[in-house]
Design a binder for this molecule. Structure first.
Ligand code: NAG
Ligand code: NAG
Ligand code: NAG
Ligand code: NAG
Length: 265
């Protein structure tokens, strides 16, 4: 029972504070959606409050050069170029006896980007692909796709956990795709991460190359194999020649030695 009353008092308190500031400061527009530029305006709806100045904040940080010491009832912020990283919670703050502020949300498509655009992996090992997001609002939904080498085919949606091959882990500002047991035939290619927020969707592409760790070793192994075969052939040949040689040695084997000696002396 006590908890119930405490809880409703808390709710009521929050609601009163919100309602109070909302009626004091009027915003225009109330929200910015997918615009390339905007002018944010706040108007204090009171003639009795003494104002010592005003300033603007973005995501809790004071915007440089936005401070004024005017006692005017309104303040304006020009956003000349809204890029995907400019979104956020913009607040106008009036300096009065108590601080009065109001929020205007500036929403853009999410800014989605690969941590690395090129990733490498080795056969039978795992690859980890990462995409990040900035901006406002952050994606509420992440998807991964694979683009087959043939650009005519549509990208294939990757399902989390499917055949123990793929694992997707996502938070609002980051998504990772783990590709297990890599193979050159199936896993080379382009992977697309796609983040969606209430304004829309944005994506980026990561190119994955799977390597055979033995690739670098193959030429050496080739040469080694050649040497082994050669040596084997020579040994076999020598072995088969040996019975003849025993006879030969007596004649031709010692003969040149003799002739050498005779030549020297
Ligand atoms: C502005 O304030 C007055 C009284 O202080 C109130 O009657 C009026 O409704 C307010 N305007 C808006 C748009 O909230
Ligand atoms: C994918 O599946 C794994 C394991 O079942 C789970 O931990 C993870 O949260 C899932 N990811 C998403 C995006 O649902
Ligand atoms: C991403 O979100 C996590 C919490 O979900 C937070 O700890 C981290 O600081 C965020 N990273 C960035 C760069 O905003
Ligand atoms: C956002 O604006 C761009 C152009 O500025 C437009 O192409 C796109 O369709 C808009 N998206 C939404 C969801 O309004």
């Amino acid at each position: 029972m006590h908890i119930f009353w405490a809880f409703s008092a808390l709710l009521l308190g929050c609601w009163q504070v919100t309602a109070y500031t909302a009626s004091e400061i009027l915003t225009d527009p109330s929200e910015v959606r997918n615009q390339t530029s905007a002018v944010l305006r706040c108007n204090l709806n009171s003639s009795t409050i003494a104002i010592k100045g005003s300033y603007w904040m973005r995501n809790g940080k004071v915007i440089e050069n936005s401070k004024t010491t005017d006692s005017t009832l309104y303040t304006v912020l020009h956003l000349d170029r809204i890029t995907l990283t400019c979104g956020g919670k913009y607040e106008c703050v009036f300096l009065t006896d108590k601080e009065l502020k109001q929020t205007i949300e500036v929403k853009t498509l999410p800014h989605v980007f690969a941590y690395n655009h090129y990733e490498h992996g080795y056969i039978n090992e795992d690859a980890l692909l990462t995409c990040l997001s900035r901006g406002y609002p952050l994606p509420t939904n992440w998807m991964w796709f694979k683009q087959e080498d043939n650009p005519q085919t549509a990208p294939q949606s990757i399902i989390n956990g499917s055949s123990n091959k793929y694992e997707i882990k996502s938070t609002s500002n980051k998504t990772t795709l783990t590709i297990k047991d890599l193979s050159i035939q199936n896993d080379n290619g382009d992977y697309i991460c796609s983040g969606t927020n209430e304004i829309g969707r944005n994506s980026d592409t990561i190119h994955l190359r799977v390597h055979d760790p033995l690739t670098a070793v193959w030429p050496f192994l080739g040469i080694l194999a050649e040497i082994i075969i050669l040596v084997t052939i020579i040994l076999v040949y020598e072995k088969r020649r040996k019975p003849n040689r025993v006879n030969d040695d007596d004649d031709s084997g010692s003969a040149p030695l003799k002739s050498n000696c005779t030549a020297k002396h």
